[in-house]
Design a protein around this ligand. Structure first.
Ligand code: AMP
Ligand code: GLY
Length: 420
């Protein structure tokens, strides 16, 4: 089978590694992929170039396509591929709006009684500023559309909140994403990521995980795309999982069906376990990054088969089994990320690259692997206990080197504290 994976980061590398284990797979193409993906052939087509992606799939008689990043999903890549007879994993454009528009997802949750932070939507700046005069602090301000995960501001003061509204609605720092904004209640509690397989009829949550979004140890510094993950998330007990299934996961699937926007693919629930119970912080229409890097190594079943079942609407027949082990991913980034950083430094890797997930690398002048992004790679280890997985991941980190490498030293620390 010829497989095509759209995207080029760590999440895509983790997906490719897993799919490559299926004995029927003969070739995997990554569009655009990155130079560290040795299991795939990289094709220089950008993940947002829907026409070129579709043409490539047709010309190369691709048997199955996986569209992993948010942008092409929201732009309708799956619709375009399916219209050309290519079987696909990922939601259609109509359903990807659950991530593509925060206004849509907030209205959906309100309409169907799915627990989330109380909110107001504004498309007029003066009205938003007037509302902030008496809004409780901290206040959470979100741009409506995709903003590379940066469209959320948690304002501690009225002034900061107003500045955020100005920069989103007037200065348009997130482009048209900021034409509509959501101002919502600040929630507290541990955060949990739950990725779920769904075909609109069946919902199968994967093992839970915990992201570490801030750049620096102790959850300090700027928000990043994610500096590390652990799975499972010890805060997410079986009891909480049941509550989430009944009050969030199944109601969301039913709500999307009711709206005529059946969601098939991986639905990501960003949850906060508040004192009033679990609430949705955000939905994503895709696998999370770097959650995927710890969740997929714990999947004992065949990923490609599950994806094919979802595409056919027969997820109920799929075998989906997760191991009881734990996983830890430590992201090694270019120093300076998420701000300015330099790239082009040679990367030295250990001999055994099973747990090395490359996120941002390119070929240097002599064909060697060099750094090529903010997040360069993830080091993933699986073990019987979380403590062991963390220890092993940090041991493996020592065997990787590149100039200007930066990584957090405390991935999993909060999770370990929760275990006791
Ligand atoms: P998002 O881009 O929606 O994932 O938001 C980024 C981060 O902002 C989340 O992971 C939370 O830590 C935080 N956040 C978003 N919404 C809220 C909220 N209503 N209350 C508290 N924290 C929030
Ligand atoms: N790790 C969060 C995300 O993928 O959006």
């Amino acid at each position: 089978m010829k497989i095509m994976v759209v995207g080029g980061g760590g999440r895509e590398h983790a997906i490719i590694k897993k799919i490559s284990k299926n004995p029927k797979v003969t070739e995997i193409y990554a569009l655009p992929g990155n130079a560290g993906m040795t299991e795939a052939k990289c094709v220089a087509i950008g993940a947002k170039d829907i026409d070129a992606i579709t043409n490539f799939a047709v010309e190369n008689a691709i048997d199955f396509a996986v569209v992993a990043p948010d942008d092409p999903l929201v732009l309708g890549a799956v619709d375009a591929l399916e219209a050309n007879g290519i079987a696909c994993f990922g939601p259609n454009k109509d359903a990807a709006i659950i991530e593509g528009s925060k206004v849509f997802s907030k209205h959906l949750m309100k309409k169907y009684g799915i627990p989330t932070a109380a909110y107001e939507v504004f498309d007029d700046m003066e009205a938003a500023l007037a509302y902030l005069e008496n809004a409780p602090l901290p206040t959470v301000i979100k741009a409506d559309g995709l903003a590379l995960g940066k469209g959320v501001v948690i304002a501690e003061t009225k002034e900061a909140a107003k500045n955020a509204v100005h920069s989103m609605m007037e200065d348009k720092i997130f482009g048209e994403s900021g034409s509509h904004i959501v101002i919502e209640e600040f929630l507290t509690g541990p955060e949990v990521s739950v990725l779920a397989f769904t075909d609109g009829k069946t919902m199968i949550p994967m093992v839970s995980s915990m992201d570490h979004k801030r750049a620096l140890d102790g959850d300090q510094g700027l928000n990043t795309g994610g500096m590390g993950t652990v799975a499972p998330n010890p805060y997410y007990t079986e009891e909480i999982a049941k509550v989430c299934m009944d009050t969030i996961f199944l109601p969301t699937m039913a709500a999307m069906n009711q709206e005529g926007r059946t969601f098939k693919g991986c639905l990501y629930f960003g949850l906060m376990l508040t004192p009033d119970g679990p609430k949705v912080i955000e939905y994503n229409c895709r696998f999370g990054d770097p959650e995927t890097q710890v969740v997929l190594p714990l999947l004992e079943s065949d990923l490609l088969e599950i994806m094919q079942h979802i595409a056919k609407g027969t997820l109920a027949e799929a075998q989906v089994v997760f191991s009881k082990k734990s996983a830890c991913c430590v992201i090694m980034a270019s120093d300076g990320y998420p701000g300015k950083y330099e790239t082009g430094f040679p990367i030295t890797l250990p001999e055994n690259k099973d747990g090395i997930i490359i996120a941002g690398a390119k070929k240097g002048e002599n064909g060697e692997l060099v750094t090529g992004g903010g997040r360069v790679l993830g080091v993933v280890e699986v073990a019987d206990t979380l403590q062991e997985a963390i220890d092993r991941a940090y041991e493996t980190v020592k065997t990787v080197s590149f100039a200007n490498a930066y990584y957090r030293k405390d991935i999993g620390k909060r999770a370990l504290a929760a275990e006791v």
